[in-house]
Design a protein around this ligand. Sequence first.
Ligand code: ADP
Ligand code: MG
Length: 864
Amino acid sequence: KPLLSKRGMLDTGIQGTTKTYYVPVERSEQIQRQRMQLPVYAEEQQIMEAITQNLVVVLSGETGSGKTTQVPQFLLEAGYGDSGSRNPGMIGITQPRRVAAVSMAHRVAEELGSHGHTVAHQVRFDTTVSSQTRIKFMTEGVLLRELTADLLLTKYSVIIADEAHERSLNTDILLGVLSRVVRLRQKLARECPDKHRELRLVIMSATLRVDDFAANERLFRTAPPIIRVQARQHPVRIHFSRRTPAYGDYVHEVVRKVSKIHRRLPEGGILVFLTGQAEITYVCKQLRELFSGAIEVEGPAQSQASALEASVEDEDVDVGDGGSDELGDDFAYDTDSGSESEEENTVIVGDAEDGARQLLLAENLRSEAPTATSPASGTLHVLPLYAMLAAEQQLRVFAAVPAGRRLCVVATNVAETSITIPGIRYVVDAGLVKEKAYNTQTLVQRFRVGWTSQAAAMQRAGRAGRTGPGHCYRLFSSAVFNDQFSAFSWPEVLRMPIEGVVLQMKTMGLDNIANFPFPTPPPREALARAELLLRWLGALDAAGHVTELGKLMAVFPVAPRFAKMLIVGQQHGCLAYVIMAVAALSVGDPFVREPCCDDAEGAGKSADLIKEPINQGDGGAEDTPEEQSTARRRFWQAQARLAGSEPTSDILKWLTVVGAVEYAGGSDAACSEHFVRPKAINEIRKLRQQLTALMQTYCPNAGAKMVQRMAPPSKTQQMVIRQIVLAGFVDQVAVRGDIAGYHASEDEAELRRRGLHAVPYMTMWSSEPVFIHPESVVYATARNSGSMPQAVVFAELQHSTRMWAKVATIVNSRWLATIGQPLCTFGNPLSFPRPEYNSTRDEMTCHVEPRFGPRSWPLAMVKV
Ligand code: ADP
Ligand code: MG
């Protein structure tokens, strides 16, 4: 029951008009001034009343309005957060992204001044949590993991689920579980109030569709109140391009647009939205080259009003001397409009209905006269922002911009809602987003660069209106926006593999997954398939209950496949290697890529064209020049030296290279010498430490140890490691199509003459042939032996020009009979033309050479 204070006001910890707080915080004057400008700050009383009176509250407000930074502070001051306080238990805030969890924790600590030490963050590789912690920022994954150990979340008095509009897989699961935990704690608090307290849930979201979780009866029996914070959003003028650049040209178009803005428009930061690291690196480089020093720009004599208009109308922008060639004439457009103008029409968002405001804006913009010190005559302060960037570099976007320079941040969609960069006035939006898309039908996982949603594009535009009226330049036409953009982005639960969360839910005792209150339920087949995989991995029994093995697997913060590899990895002295392999696979490709052919991040079509090996004469991975980076040549040398055998696995390649870097001390210098990304190496190391510690706790007999300088695996160990990889990827075996009765078409016969890349493989889930990715080390062995391996397991399937099986490991098809036993039917090979999945029996039928009985297993056979 809400307490009433003496004056009859609801006791939210804020009493009367001169606010007094349970936890008085002293802040610097500057911080206090900044806070007072935030829309959320003005609503403190209303927000705290709602939280006091309701166990679940939805808070929706424009990005940058102060939700993430302010609400935890309100709660702290109102006496939440401390075991000795009125509301014992920490304040937990979940974020979908590590970047945001860390940077927001920093910011809140800074704002809290002397109470800063009570703020901590916990993300996968990094935690600052101590006994003093009252406000804990964490990723959703961290809280989900805590839930498996303590479903009641007894350490917390309130959980803030931030960025709920993003609909990440984890947010959805978290909201589903938390809706139940809140009810459970309420019940317990009623029954034994001296032992239990209620848990409060605050769901925070940008101003996007909130009904999926707010008005969702399966989630909350009575709909939680929605507080909408009106942000002071300045109008943003949206400029559509008349024509949409041809696919692949948007990168150049971005450079051109930024150059134009910088040279012609009044001061104000520029924020560019692109899709990935490779492009961002490229654009940053281009911009730095163009604007590195003092450049000659048009004199300020030109009237600003005309400059503004000209900026968007004039095609013939000439950027410096070198620039014009690159950025010049040869833009391809997708329409045949012959108009000179590149701009189509403009729309004003923000206070759009208010015609008077629009006029005012136009006036404002026109009246901004240029001065001789306009930043256009200075240089551009270009900063990249993407998830893979090292943390301290990410924080640079908040630092003061050097005097006389204009800030230009080139970002992925991290800057869309979770991070608000100060001082942005111009947004350049390519309109694209790169998402890891996963087809739940074919299980094909791919990075897909596609149009973002209309809602996301509006969010991006809104970034320009934080500090004053702004402009958003869209590199696509309004027709494309209207016809090809979906209204909202798809929730992740419909696009991602879900076996990990299914296992976690089962471990929490939520057995009936089909009835789980998903904000958006995944398709039933996807759930069924996840359960099936877990059964094959031995994590679930036939009845769908979690097994002891499954419980153990859930302890490790990695995908179930990888957890399985760790557990079977305790054989033949391989554990340290398996831990390293799992860490590397979880973190992802550690290799440095050439900009713009960055397939690791899937830079889209252009990358595919570069990588497509079929057109490269008589084939062989060797013949694709971009492929032959020094990193790979180094690997060959290392592999030959260390292993003394033919390369058999891309995972072993990763192991060799990561091992070599660590052997050399793991420094940044060692990384660059081996052409790997220091951030990846650091993360792999941290994950190894974490996995090793978990192994020591949960499998004490395995003797897990963290060794910096590991000897390379012996030949036997290499084979065992390959078998362990197979144990984790039992369902991702690709068998040579031609031996299994696949008839190559003439076309393919022709292709085969040209290169080994054309050899088709069959997998269990799809009738479409797959091909081993040209980057794979498998080809080196194949070139020597003259034939491709009969069977490989692959860690990833990527669809681009064709289905590429990536990160391949050669396996012996005989191993399948033991390691993949639940999936195998044993019989005459001729009657099983290709591995087949029988859905009624949940079995994969795969060809296993019948003359090899269980007696002739290779010496080191893994027990599964
Ligand atoms: P919301 O969660 O509603 O999107 P935030 O609480 O994240 O809003 O941000 C509120 C304000 O705090 C923004 O104007 C943002 O620019 C500012 N801010 C956030 N982090 C920092 C930082 N590290 N340094 C300076 N300002 C910051
Ligand atoms: Mg926020």
